[in-house]
Design a protein around this ligand. Structure first.
Ligand code: ATP
Ligand code: MN
Length: 458
């Protein structure tokens, strides 16, 4: 059985026989032997393998090894004289498992642009940067679950196919069979597989609320779909969202949870992915680690929407979108506030009711809702949340005002009819978190298989 290279590199050079399996990064020949750099994806570092010319297949195989070939190597772990690595592997047997024609294999040793790598989505995890992203993403996902599970939150698998378009805005992908059961000419609704229009979920929130009102603290963490027409560096058509929902909780508790959760995840990934994080700090975003330590080491700033508007109006800067009370803050405004005014994460609360969805709790002023967005430098909005409207009459009126038929959402209204309680939650875009943590400029690099308008190769 082969061992993972990350475990081997942390072992003392016992002289024991071990086996590794991975892909050749480089081969370098000297007089009597070859150096093979082998990577198996378990960590950023390669293991250096010394393959002596006396090995039986040295001329026939080893000297023909090129970048991308897969190998299985048995050898002894020994102390390495080279700097930067404690151990190396002295090969006793090198088996070539799969060749990679150097004439056509696209990942030769030079540095490739991320745009180019997107065109070879299926090969890009074999690069240092995309491999590091994959490991950090995996660790962050684990940290998210650990954070909630440690606090007694119950994970709920909310549906992927849904019949309630929570955010509206026409961003829902429709789900239907290609051939309607009823044949041509029949009423459209009757032909729908589910008997009504269905789509891919744009948020698990409404269903998470169902469970919060039975179980208290819950969360959902799953794929989310939005037919975003904007081709930005922060939007995907398929992304993952973390959505906690807490019963007997107000906006304050909601903000506290979000801040603690973000800090927990950042600390965890710095502690457990140090080598990958150093790569990002050196090559992707200079000063990244300092930025992240700054975030974990101080309180987030708090400001109301109204204060934010005043700040933006008084700052003397001209924005593409003019600022006045009632507008939705644009990314340029969000980034200015977090990057230039506060230079740290910022929680903006109490947005105008008119620009927020019907389920957010109306404040006493009647004009604003108990909403909160968390804005971070470099990205803008990373979290959007609110206290939910728990008062039946207010909720129903808000639905009507938004043009939503309350009868369609009777199940949602029932939660306010029977044992209603103040409750709150938020949505954290997982890819925006991975972007923030890795410093990757484009969201397409932090999800294994990005989906954007006109793009879904594999
Ligand atoms: P934005 O204004 O940036 O488009 P939003 O206000 O539409 O975001 P919400 O509906 O509040 O987003 O969703 C909660 C979180 O999900 C956001 O704070 C963000 O982190 C993430 N998110 C939203 N849309 C996308 C998307 N298309 N791709 C990736 N993440 C997204
Ligand atoms: Mn939002």
């Amino acid at each position: 059985m082969h061992l993972r290279i990350n475990t081997l590199l942390n072992q003392p050079p016992t002289g024991e026989k071990v086996e590794v399996a991975g892909w050749i990064r480089t081969r370098r020949d000297t007089g009597g032997f070859s150096f093979l750099e082998v990577n198996d994806g378990s960590c950023l570092a390669n293991i250096q393998v010394i393959a002596d010319k006396d090995l039986v297949n040295y001329e026939q195989d080893i000297k023909r090894l090129t970048t991308g070939c897969s190998v299985r190597i048995e050898g002894t772990l020994q102390a390495s004289p080279a700097k930067g690595q404690a151990v190396e592997l002295l090969a006793g047997r090198v088996e070539v498992v799969g060749w990679a024609d150097p004439e056509t294999y696209p990942l030769q040793k030079k540095r490739h642009s991320f745009e180019f790598l997107r065109e070879i989505t299926h090969l890009r995890p074999r690069t240092n940067a995309l491999g590091a992203v994959a490991r950090v993403r995996s660790r962050l996902s684990f940290a998210v679950h650990t954070f909630f599970q440690k606090r007694g939150f119950i994970q709920v698998h909310t549906p992927i196919i849904t019949t309630s378009d929570c955010e509206g805005a026409g961003e829902m992908f429709q789900v239907s069979t290609t051939r309607p059961h009823g044949g041509a000419g029949k009423a459209e609704a009757a032909e729908e597989f589910f008997g009504r229009r269905a789509g891919l979920t744009v948020s698990g929130q409404l269903q998470a609320e169902v469970y919060a009102l039975a179980m208290g603290d819950v969360y959902t963490f799953g794929p989310t779909f939005r037919a975003e027409n904007s081709n930005t560096s922060r939007h995907l058509a398929e992304f993952w969202m973390i959505e906690p929902e807490m019963a007997f909780c107000d906006l304050r508790g909601n903000m506290r949870l979000a801040e603690e959760m973000l800090k927990y995840c950042l600390t965890d990934v710095m502690d457990n992915c140090a080598e990958d994080m150093e790569l990002f700090d050196r090559f992707i975003e200079k000063g990244l680690l300092e930025k992240l330590r700054g975030v974990t080491g101080q309180d987030f700033a708090h400001i109301t929407y109204t204060e934010a508007v005043e700040r933006l109006q008084g700052c003397g800067k001209t924005f593409e979108f003019a600022v006045q009370w009632g507008i939705d803050l644009q990314s340029e405004h969000e980034r200015y506030l977090s990057e230039e005014v506060y230079k740290r994460p910022l929680i903006v609360t109490d947005y105008p009711a008119a620009i927020k969805p019907f389920y957010m709790r109306v404040n006493d002023d009647g004009k604003t809702v108990a909403a909160m967005d968390i804005l971070v430098p470099g990205i803008g909005e990373i979290v959007g949340g609110s206290q939910r409207e728990e008062r039946y009459d207010v909720l129903e009126a808000r639905m009507r005002a938004a043009g939503i038929d309350p009868a369609e959402y009777s199940w949602y209204l029932d939660l306010r009819r029977y044992g209603s309680v103040p409750h709150a939650g938020f949505g954290l875009g997982f890819e925006r978190l991975v972007q923030f943590v890795t410093g990757m400029a484009n969201i397409r690099e932090v999800i294994p298989f990005p989906r954007t308008p006109g793009f879904a190769p594999c």
